[in-house]
Design a binder for this molecule. Structure first.
Ligand code: ADP
Ligand code: MG
Length: 245
């Protein structure tokens, strides 16, 4: 579904991504792991069009998307959840998701269909998938941190993506909130056929949820494959897993 080939990105001479390679298979959870500063968020910004690659290719379903603007990439089916910045705190939970669903209808020229009803149905569907329906009328200011993070997922799903990118989806969460997110991620993949690419610090979580790993170290892909294989990789142990136990 997604292929990153030999991608490079420098910031004023600093090579943040030197040679990144990644293959994401449809219907799987793939995790990009690596120490702080390895380039994980930069790689996500390259995939979603928030940065332009200097070199290499980014293919989504075989089509080059590297360097396209973010809205064009999003429209093709690549969505990411932003850390809280996409939430309108003065709107309620329903309205926040509805904004995302509406934006998609506007883009797809479905103005002549009975859009209002469809948007309401679809918004409710997304809320149900993420167990947020009971909070639909709650102002987002009044949601717990964990529920706000789930709402971010809901807003991203409002775009009806084929692949969802989550940059440290459980950052700052309590163990219980983390378990909730993990359950939702697994549900989305198993029941909705969604493809997920995530970065994550918590290795237990990574090995629990990911079916494929890519290890980034100083901007370079040093290993890629099934978790058990990557765990045994000597270069990975030296560069990363060894350090963190
Ligand atoms: P990670 O997400 O793996 O922690 P990042 O992708 O955020 O790593 O950062 C990788 C490196 O690139 C870091 O050294 C960071 O300081 C640098 N970097 C990230 N974004 C920028 C930017 N916009 N300008 C300059 N340097 C950046
Ligand atoms: Mg990061």
């Amino acid at each position: 579904m997604l292929q990153v080939k030999q991608v490079a990105k420098a910031f004023s001479g600093f090579q943040a991504i030197a040679r990144a390679n990644l293959t994401v298979t449809k219907g799987q959870v793939t995790a990009v792991i690596g120490p702080n500063g390895a380039g994980k968020s930069t790689l996500f910004n390259l995939i979603t069009g928030h940065l332009r690659p200097d070199k290499g290719q980014i293919l989504f379903k075989g089509e080059e998307i590297g360097g396209l603007p973010p809205h064009a990439i999003c429209r093709k089916g690549v969505a990411r959840s932003f850390q809280l910045i996409n939430i309108f705190p003065q709107l309620n939970t329903f309205e926040n998701v509805q904004v995302a669903v509406l934006a998609r209808y506007r883009q797809s020229n479905k103005l002549f269909t009975p859009a209002r009803k469809l948007v309401v149905e679809e918004t409710n569907e997304v809320l149900n998938k993420l167990d947020l329906y009971p909070y639909r009328e709650r102002l987002c200011n009044a949601l717990s941190y964990g529920d706000q993070k789930v709402l971010e997922l809901a807003i991203a799903l409002g775009n009806q993506p084929e692949i969802l990118l989550l940059d440290e989806p459980t950052a700052g969460m309590s163990p219980e909130e983390t378990r909730t997110i993990v359950k939702l991620i697994k549900n989305l993949v198993q029941n909705e056929g969604l493809t997920i690419l995530l970065t994550e610090h918590d290795m237990d979580l990574v090995f629990d949820v990911a079916e494929r790993l890519m290890v980034l170290h100083q901007g370079q892909t040093i290993a890629e494959g099934p978790p058990d294989e990557v765990r045994r990789d000597k270069a990975v142990q030296n560069a990363y897993l060894g350090e963190t136990g």
